[in-house]
Design a binder for this molecule. Structure first.
Ligand code: PLP
Length: 478
């Protein structure tokens, strides 16, 4: 870590400060003990203090500094003899110091530093990615945040929701979500005895409230949503959820913490597909769950320490671990996160504006346009650290001429790539009704506004004039 000692603590950090004080007290007590068990407990508490101090420092650094360094600083570089974050691909790290050391680690009574258990559970490279993500997502809040990295965004969605659910339980979800998430809730979850209801007017808090039932265990939103850029009112929904003792879970993959930090607005758990803009080079698939301590839930077991609880139980049992080289690739991609999101958002706004004025376009979905129904809300919630607004890299638009015109557009556009992907450094274009949202029923698609003439356009880092010229040319051919 860079030397941050000269920096006074300027953000609210009373929660973490208190935790450090408690850990220091615990260490003082443990020091007096002669038992082997207390020796390992003391070592674990010391590791925890060191992490807490690093988290505290990161709260006082600027976003770009945290996204660059994470918690991998000069001391780690010296220890690992590597300026870049090393890829630890071995299934296990250091051997246990003793049988007792192993027993305490495996029963989660002590924590792991460096990696000693097994890479499915803990891995030094992946831990560094998790710590960076937790620091970025929790930058603006008082509490400590923790992250769990997983093999994909889908496994993050599964493991962020499944721990709350028993047979017969119920999820209430915005209908404005990625097609894969819809399929998970609609096709896979009923097999476990879990049901989902869709809020078809997710902008209306009354619509949410009317659909909460006794068996509801969580509220679920995606914001901005893929592909229609619906913006959820996180503060209002968090309040509603908390009034019913429920957690609000937010898929924030499109915005990334550079633009939106749902925990700051009251959400309990954030999900990311880190395969997208957070891993914009497109070298890896991954997911993350980030939560603060003491979430709101009617499931007592999960309240205090959601991430660690899930990590030590269902995650460990199911095995959806991230591949260490993927973790390193995404860790590297995060280095320039805010710079990329700013450039992509600037480009996207200009492209949205161009399309909005074009006579072959019926409508553009982009929260940066004043015509977007949640434009004011987006301006309030989607802000870079310097308080400037940004609306993400993603937009979608309806082409006049229905399905045929949309398909023709995808065929003739001579810029970017046609793939079922988004958040890349380069522009990607897709026709959701036949790809990402193609497995839904047409009724569900219509209700969520994924019509046959909708095009999803993920803005890249190319020159914006090149992009606009290509769009203009393609539209002129239709
Ligand atoms: C908003 C959103 N959430 C989750 C996912 C799933 O992520 P992954 O592909 O990493 O499993 C996607 C994939 O496109 C997505 O767009």
């Amino acid at each position: 870590m860079l030397d941050m000692n000269q920096e006074p603590v300027k953000k609210n950090s009373s929660y973490i400060q208190k935790r450090i004080t408690n850990l220091e007290r615990e260490i003082e007590k443990l020091k007096k003990s002669k038992s082997d068990e207390d020796y390992f407990r003391k070592r674990s508490a010391e590791t925890l203090i060191q992490r807490q101090q690093q988290i505290l420092s990161s709260k006082n650094q600027e976003f770009n500094t945290v996204s660059l360094w994470g918690l991998y600083g000069p001391d780690d570089m010296k220890m690992f003899k590597s300026m870049t974050l090393p890829v630890f691909s071995s299934p296990t790290g250091a051997p246990f110091d003793s049988l007792l050391d192993g027993a305490l680690l495996l029963s989660s009574q002590t924590i792991n530093d460096p990696n000693k258990i097994y890479s499915r559970i803990d891995n030094t490279t992946i831990d560094h990615l998790a710590m960076k993500l937790a620091a970025l997502e929790g930058k603006t809040i008082d509490e400590e945040t923790q992250a769990l990295c997983l093999s994909s965004g889908m496994s993050a969605i599964f493991l962020a929701t499944m721990p709350f659910l028993e047979v017969g339980d119920h999820i209430l979800s915005s209908n404005q979500i990625y097609g894969g998430s819809e399929q998970l809730f609609n096709i896979t979850y009923p097999k476990m005895g879990w049901t989902v209801d869709w809020v078809h007017e997710p902008w209306s808090v009354e619509a949410w409230q009317e659909q909460i039932i006794q068996k509801t265990k969580l509220l679920y939103v995606e914001t901005p949503s893929n592909p229609n850029l619906f913006i959820a009112n996180i503060p209002t929904l968090a309040k509603l959820a908390h009034d019913y003792n429920l957690p609000l879970i937010v898929d924030s993959s499109v915005a990334s913490p550079a633009l939106l930090r749902p925990l700051e607005h009251g959400a309990d758990i954030v999900i990311h597909s880190i395969s997208k803009v957070m891993g914009s080079s497109g070298r890896a698939i991954g997911g993350a769950i980030i939560a603060k301590k003491n979430i709101t839930t009617s499931v007592p077991d999960l309240r205090e320490d959601f991430v660690n609880k899930v990590k030590r139980s269902h995650f460990r049992n199911l095995g959806p671990c991230l591949h260490p080289p993927s973790a390193a690739a995404i860790w590297d991609d995060l280095v320039t996160l805010q710079l990329k999101i700013k450039a992509m958002s600037d480009n996207a706004l200009q492209i949205a504006d161009f399309l909005d004025k074009h006579d072959k376009i019926e409508k553009v979905n982009y929260p940066g346009l004043s015509s977007h129904p949640q434009h004011d809300l987006a301006k309030k919630l989607m802000r870079f650290e310097d308080d400037s607004v940004g609306f993400s890299h993603l937009l979608s638009f309806y082409i006049l001429g229905g399905y045929d015109a949309a398909v023709r557009f995808v065929e003739v556009i001579n810029f970017g790539v046609e793939v079922a992907d988004l958040g890349r450094n380069y522009t990607t274009i897709c026709h959701p009704a036949s790809t990402t949202h193609g497995q839904m029923t047409s009724e569900m698609r219509e209700k969520m506004g994924v019509s046959d003439n909708l095009i999803r356009y993920s803005v890249g880092l190319e020159g914006v004039n090149d992009a606009i010229r290509a769009l203009s040319k393609a539209l002129s051919i239709l």
